[in-house]
Design a protein around this ligand. Sequence first.
Ligand code: ASP
Length: 302
Amino acid sequence: MSNIAIAIHGGAGGFSQKGIENEQEIHDSLKAILAPAFDVLKNGGTALDAVETAVRLLENDALYNAGRGACLNSKGKVQLDAAIMNGANLEAGALACIRYVKNPISLARMVMERTKHVLICGEGAEDFAREMNVELVDEEYFITEKQQKSLKTEQEKVLKEEKTETKFGTVGAVALDKDGNLAAATSTGGITNKKYSRIGDSPLIGIGNYANNETCAISCTGDGEFFIRSVVAYDVSCLMEYKGLSLKEACEIVIHDKVKKLGGEGGLIAIDKNGNIELPFNSGRMARGFKTLKEEFTGVYE
Ligand code: ASP
């Protein structure tokens, strides 16, 4: 019980200068989400339950690019991706390009627990959502003024051939429970102005999301295409498993060396089987935090 822990993130961002206007709001939101998610673990709940609880709350908060408040694709629509993984048995469930599902992470868990598949996309996933009786909402539920403005700005920049900004807001959680089980969950709207039906790293097991009791649990955020090409989450796990590196050393190599050399910006949250936590990022900022029995932290730039 002594090393139960949860870490969460609300996405990385491309600005290197300090001072986004809603920094305090992000700290408050992360704290408010860490508390009930950690309670799940304190009350003897599983790592899977804790990460699902955290990600549902992050999806419901319009501050982040997941669920309500998700970014818009080039057609001005929301298409959501999510994944969850159980480190105890390496079971996983994921969804790509879904609309209407209020909490994609819970449906991803149903893919894991109630089908023989790992990843379901598009209309088929929406049919599955209807079969599972999960809460469905109109497309308008997800769309916020902030994301409409971001899409407009982004599309204007493309027209003017100006450099576009990288702003990420994917959400995720990793946890260790009292039985030593690890779990990871990740949910996202992807990136603003993405091509219709583009799929990023978040729903891809071993890339944006991974959990293995023998090594670590990981949830990523950043330039999805670079994260896919760097096979980020499994690479961290492999460096631990096959090279015997610590979580810290493995994260350092992957985020600050491999992904960066390719030109990718972003970060990850990670926890190992001993409850060690790492929250590295190579972008200007990353909203993230953790809670253990002894410590609590939330950060955006630090
Ligand atoms: N990694 C996500 C994607 O490329 C974006 C993010 O982290 O916000 O879909």
